[in-house]
Design a protein around this ligand. Structure first.
Ligand code: AMP
Length: 195
């Protein structure tokens, strides 16, 4: 099962992806986490990504597409994956479609997590206390939200046109949101309509 989670920073993508990983036994692939690991390791990619991430911008598509192509080729993705943080814009979405088509695969569902902006701000402020993510400071969060609105929201009509988009209200408790996602994946995907 190949799933994408889309949503603004603080929408709960990471939390929901962790639950889905356990439930379906497929890996949670967070490009943000992969980039943070590269930054921590001081790799060439990490060095390129560091300042962009600190400013809340998007790391160049070519780098991300390369990282993801390698990651999806790994053995643990054979039965599927839960993508969190990729694609972030239309060129990345098109690259992903091409990547999957080249393997004879396709996306099963794109789950968009909706949270009102005021709730997001409070959530991110709370998360900063726990995770100390460098990019959870108010200024960077503003830039990340702007990047989401400008670059990522065009993915919603893109996937709606492919009839793969499901919008879930992510303001409820995480467990409630998780149940809703699992229910929609079970009904829409696990039980395909037969002729
Ligand atoms: P995230 O953990 O998904 O919020 O990502 C943290 C940061 O990593 C983002 O603000 C971007 O700077 C960078 N990043 C993560 N995924 C991508 C992507 N698919 N394309 C470009 N930049 C990304």
């Amino acid at each position: 099962m190949n799933i994408i989670l889309i949503g603004p920073p603080g929408a709960g993508k990471g939390t929901q992806a962790e639950g889905l990983t356990k439930r379906f036994g497929i890996p949670h692939i967070s490009t943000g986490a992969m980039l943070r690991a590269e930054v921590a390791a001081g790799s060439a990619l990490g060095k390129k990504a560091k300042t962009i991430m600190a400013a809340g911008g998007l790391v160049p598509d070519a780098l991300l597409i390369q990282v993801l192509t390698q990651r999806l080729a790994a053995e643990d993705c054979a039965r599927g994956f839960i993508l969190d943080g990729f694609p972030r814009n239309l060129p990345q979405a098109e690259a992903l479609d091409a990547m999957l088509a080249a393997r004879g695969q396709h996306l099963d569902a794109v789950v968009a997590l909706h949270v009102d902006e005021a709730v997001l701000a409070a959530r991110i402020a709370g998360r900063r206390e726990i995770t100390h993510r460098a990019d959870d400071n108010p200024e960077t969060v503003k830039a990340r939200l702007a990047a989401y609105h400008e670059e990522t929201t065009p993915l919603l009509p893109y996937y709606a046109a492919q009839t793969k988009l499901f919008v879930v209200d992510s303001m409820a408790a995480p467990a409630v949101v998780q149940r809703e996602i699992v229910a929609l994946l079970d009904t829409k995907i696990a039980a395909p309509v037969t002729a």
